[in-house]
Design a protein around this ligand. Sequence first.
Ligand code: CA
Ligand code: CA
Ligand code: CA
Length: 129
Amino acid sequence: MLLATFGHNLTEVNFELNKEFHDIDTDKNNFVNLQEFEARITSWDANKDGCVTQAEFFSSHSSDSLKFEWELFNHFDHNSDGCIEVEDDIAEFHEIDVNPKDNKISLQEYDAEYDKVLERIGFLNINQP
Ligand SMILES: [Ca+2]
Ligand SMILES: [Ca+2]
Ligand SMILES: [Ca+2]
């Protein structure tokens, strides 16, 4: 999903983010609406019980580093109950949709949010020369 492994530089990170954004934007209008955003977590929820567990999350992101996925899971799990559910997804959506707040996510908003998240996780710092 986001990144193949640790060791990417910022340009590669942005490339991955752009690719992911366009994957989520299924109607290809260059904006992600809440419906498209929710469809993403549905695709992670292997047994379709409305709860994306860590195991399900990790198995849909198997190419990424485990430490990174662990941090990302905790980021997505806004209410910290060990499941990523629709309400977490809605919280995430509104966290990203800020500039402008218009119920759709642009690529700029998406990049801004995940650059921030990756920086907080320490992902980008690891790659400083
Ligand atoms: Ca769209
Ligand atoms: Ca949750
Ligand atoms: Ca917006």
